[in-house]
Design a protein around this ligand. Structure first.
Ligand code: GRG
Length: 305
């Protein structure tokens, strides 16, 4: 079997497992949420997407597990979707008129165009603590122990917060209309996109009880694919239509600094490949034999949306 058909299977079965885990998470979440927020929450959580973050987390869990499990248990997917709940809220807020003002995401109308800004802001905010509570509940069911539970929550909270994704978003909005230097652009995207991707990897390693050196290796892999992911995003933004990508507005419309503006399309593609190489090297150096993670690193830059 070729690597690409293995990857297609990893992605397809991963997405199915994530969708089921998100349905289970919503069964717990929705009853505690006011009625008027249930539709925007459900839309934000179940409106598709690549589901890359939970797939990375669960794949890392398997790669770092000592007993080489043949399949990933449903409870690990339940744990993995705590990251996707944070990702879902971030997109709902990112698309609000006060941020990127987008009316299309994943080929569908964004929640504020359907339920208004107020309900969307509240629905997104409700998902932040819900993600942490979900993580704690599932980790308890998995009997991961207090130390690992705290570690998982801390990794997710730090990545999602001011040092990570929210900080990166602030830099991103602040940078609109300016030509950002390369080091500033790297820092912005390491926070905005890289932090949550890296947290997904680290959480997989923590849940599996991986050694410190393996945890460091997967974090290095995460940082590298985080930048590769963003560069690939910039290339797609510059080369594909809003219809093909299923989202708007474009970086040019928002007057954002991009890797394409700095390096050109070909230069950006080469740079993305360099980061993929670094990600794979980090795994090799730690002696982590993880063909699925290698294939996922390549997918990050070869994807078409
Ligand atoms: C309002 C308190 C407050 C905070 C806002 C909105 C926000 C904080 C942060 C958002 C940052 C952000 C949008 C990060 C994600 C960037 C990104 C690469 C999104 C696309 O990810 P994909 O391609 O999306 O994995 P799919 O659709 O596949 O899930």
């Amino acid at each position: 079997m070729t690597v690409s058909s293995d990857l297609a299977r990893t992605l397809a079965s991963g997405r199915d497992a994530v969708e089921s885990a998100l349905e289970r998470a919503l069964e717990h979440l929705l009853p505690a949420i006011p009625l008027r927020l249930r539709e925007p929450v459900t839309h934000g959580v179940t409106s598709g997407g690549k589901r890359l973050r939970p797939i990375l987390m669960a794949t890392t869990w398997r790669a770092c597990s000592t007993d080489e499990p043949s399949r990933i248990p449903a409870a690990i997917w339940d744990l993995a979707v705590s990251v996707e709940l944070i990702h879902a809220y971030s997109l709902m807020h990112d698309d609000l008129p006060c941020m990127d003002d987008a009316d299309l995401r994943r080929g569908r109308p964004t929640p504020h165009t359907l339920w208004g800004e107020e309900a969307t802001a509240l629905a997104g905010a409700a998902l932040i603590p819900a993600a942490g509570l979900h993580l704690l509940r599932v980790a308890r069911e998995l009997e991961l122990g207090d130390e690992r539970r705290r570690d998982l929550l801390r990794v997710l909270a730090v990545a999602a917060g001011g040092e990570g994704m929210v900080g990166g978003q602030a830099m991103d909005l602040e940078g609109e209309g300016k030509a950002l230097r390369r080091d500033v652009l790297d820092d912005l995207h390491a926070r905005k996109t890289g932090a949550l991707l890296t947290a997904s990897l680290e959480m997989g390693a923590v849940a599996a009880g991986a050694s410190a050196s393996r945890r460091t290796a997967v974090a290095r892999y995460g940082q590298a694919i985080g930048l590769a992911f963003q560069i690939a995003d910039d290339v797609l933004d510059a080369t594909a239509t809003a219809d093909a990508l299923g989202k708007n507005p474009s970086d040019v419309e928002l007057d954002k600094s991009t890797y394409v503006a700095l390096l050109g399309v070909d230069g950006a593609r080469r740079e993305a490949q360099t980061h993929v190489g670094r990600a794979i090297q980090a795994l090799d150096e730690a002696g982590l034999d993880a063909p699925e993670l290698v294939a996922l690193a390549r997918y990050v830059v070869e994807r078409d949306r």
